[in-house]
Design a protein around this ligand. Structure first.
Ligand SMILES: *[C@@H]1O[C@H](CO)[C@@H](O)[C@H](O)[C@H]1NC(C)=O
Ligand SMILES: *[C@@H]1O[C@H](CO)[C@@H](O)[C@H](O)[C@H]1NC(C)=O
Ligand SMILES: *[C@@H]1O[C@H](CO)[C@@H](O)[C@H](O)[C@H]1NC(C)=O
Ligand SMILES: *[C@@H]1O[C@H](CO)[C@@H](O)[C@H](O)[C@H]1NC(C)=O
Ligand SMILES: *[C@@H]1O[C@H](CO)[C@@H](O)[C@H](O)[C@H]1NC(C)=O
Length: 436
């Protein structure tokens, strides 16, 4: 009797073990299939060239561009970082299907998909990855607004959307993400004023909003005692420069350059002992640089109306006073050096596609050329014929690209230019950089 019980227990235990092994193998293989599908949807980028259907993804050696991390056989981290200057994925790419595939890895906590040529709007269903802690989809061609569904990601610690074409105003709910510590939105087309709710993000360590079209006054950040990096460069912020920013207890990097901050600085102003980099340049500041900045590593203050003893780098006080009065009346046109690169990549990406699709992009190229007029152009397509044609990419993408250059195309007219030259020689300095 005892013997029978023993053997029954043995059978039962081995049955359970074999079932669970099968189960975990199944999980692994279905996740492996998902990764293979991701590889396919990303158009087999060279960084994934070692992936195939028999790869054991959980035991792959991580590289600087690709890594898969598993916990008990389920994938918790996925990092895919393509090559810099990666062009657009082809027109049959669908961000919608891509994210539908991604969310079948529901245990993902960390997701980096950078420089992969992703284009389209970010589907809200990405929030089905409900354990996400870090989302980094920088250096792609994603547009439209941040989907509201992201507000449900209560464990989100880091959101990096840098170097895309996201637009619209920042949603108020960003300030309600309970553990957000990194919000990095550099080089997009966000506009409007910053929501006051950002001042509630007491865990925030990094707030990078440079190179967007934000405007208005900045919220009161004095409660952000963990903030180490504050980058507001190159927007249209106005109002008195909040002196408390210099004294935030943790701040090491403060960049408010190329805005329209006004007000007077005093020598006796105090600063955080942690400060290593301060850029106040090209604002409308008057007065004297605080003494506490003198000992700091890097302080950039030119293009204001400060009394620094270096008259060359500063403007007369009357200039700042007059400009300060005019702020809000005269819209501030920006010279977007860096922006043309995104449009250029789109142009090259589309040109790189099917010849028939050269289209509108040539117009954009010509605009890029205009924008980069200061750079020498040795050769450019000489024979152009304008005609109606479609590039196959959504007009939204091309319109955004043209908006990057602050040029408006009539949406009805998708004029295209066919190039008869065999080669497209784009030899501005910038473009050469992009292509290398
Ligand atoms: C897109 O089209 C190319 C051929 O132009 C094809 O090789 C590729 O598999 C297609 N991608 C998808 C995701 O359908
Ligand atoms: C799959 O990739 C592994 C290395 O990751 C390689 O050893 C193997 O030969 C490949 N199998 C096929 C079918 O290509
Ligand atoms: C996002 O990923 C890119 C590529 O790995 C990296 O360079 C960048 O620092 C990341 N951004 C943030 C905010 O972590
Ligand atoms: C912000 O941009 C969006 C879309 O790009 C536009 O519809 C909206 O009017 C802009 N808002 C402001 C305040 O400029
Ligand atoms: C700093 O100096 C200004 C004028 O030089 C003075 O009005 C102000 O009271 C001083 N502030 C402190 C905290 O000493």
């Amino acid at each position: 009797m005892v013997g029978f019980q023993k053997s029954a227990v043995v059978v039962l235990v081995s049955l359970i073990i074999s079932l669970s092994i099968n189960h975990s193998e199944q999980i692994q293989s279905s996740q492996g299939q998902t990764l293979i599908r991701i590889q396919h949807l990303l158009n087999n980028p060279s960084v994934l060239s070692t992936w195939n259907s028999s790869t054991d993804f959980c035991s792959l050696d991580p590289t600087s561009s690709v890594s898969v991390v598993c916990y008990q056989d389920t994938i918790t981290q996925l990092h895919i970082i393509g090559n810099k200057g990666r062009s657009l994925l082809p027109r049959n790419f669908s961000m919608e299907s891509f994210v539908t595939t991604l969310v079948s890895l529901p245990t993902l906590k960390v997701l980096t998909l950078s420089s992969l040529g992703l284009w389209g709007s970010l589907p809200g269903k990405i929030a089905r990855l409900s354990y996400l802690e870090i989302l980094n989809i920088s250096s792609n061609f994603l547009y439209d607004t941040i989907p509201g569904e992201l507000s449900s990601l209560s464990t989100l610690q880091s959101l990096a959307l840098d170097d895309n074409m996201f637009a619209g105003e920042l949603p108020h709910w960003l300030g309600s993400l309970p553990v957000l510590s990194v919000l990095s939105l550099r080089k997009n087309m966000f506009n409007g004023t910053l929501p006051d709710s950002l001042s509630n993000l007491e865990n925030l360590r990094v707030l990078s909003l440079s190179h967007n079209y934000f405007r208005g006054e900045v919220p009161d950040f004095s409660r952000l005692t963990n903030l180490q990096v504050l980058d507001l460069e190159d927007n249209n912020f106005v109002g008195p420069f909040p002196l408390c920013l210099l004294a935030l207890p943790s701040v090491t990097y403060l960049n408010v350059g190329s805005n329209k901050f006004t007000g007077m600085l005093f020598e006796n102003q105090s600063c955080s002992g942690e400060l290593k980099f301060v850029d106040l340049s090209f604002n409308l500041l008057t007065g004297h640089l605080p003494k506490c900045l003198h000992s700091k590593k890097t302080v950039i203050s030119d293009g204001n109306c400060l009394e620094t003893g270096d008259d060359q780098s500063q403007k007369p006080v009357s200039f700042c006073r007059n400009e300060a009065l005019a702020v809000g009346v005269i819209p501030h046109m920006k010279n977007r050096e860096g922006r043309s690169s995104k449009a250029a990549i789109i142009a090259l990406g589309v040109i790189g596609g099917v010849v028939g699709g050269i289209a509108l992009v040539t117009l954009i190229f010509l605009l890029v050329r205009k924008v980069s007029a200061s750079k020498e152009i040795k050769k450019y397509p000489t024979r152009l014929i304008l005609e109606d044609a479609s590039t196959g990419y959504p007009s939204k993408l091309l319109q955004d690209a043209s908006k990057v250059l602050q040029f408006h195309l009539p949406s009805s007219m998708f004029a295209s230019a066919l190039l008869f030259d065999d080669t497209i020689s784009i030899e501005t300095e910038r473009m050469t950089l992009l292509c290398s």
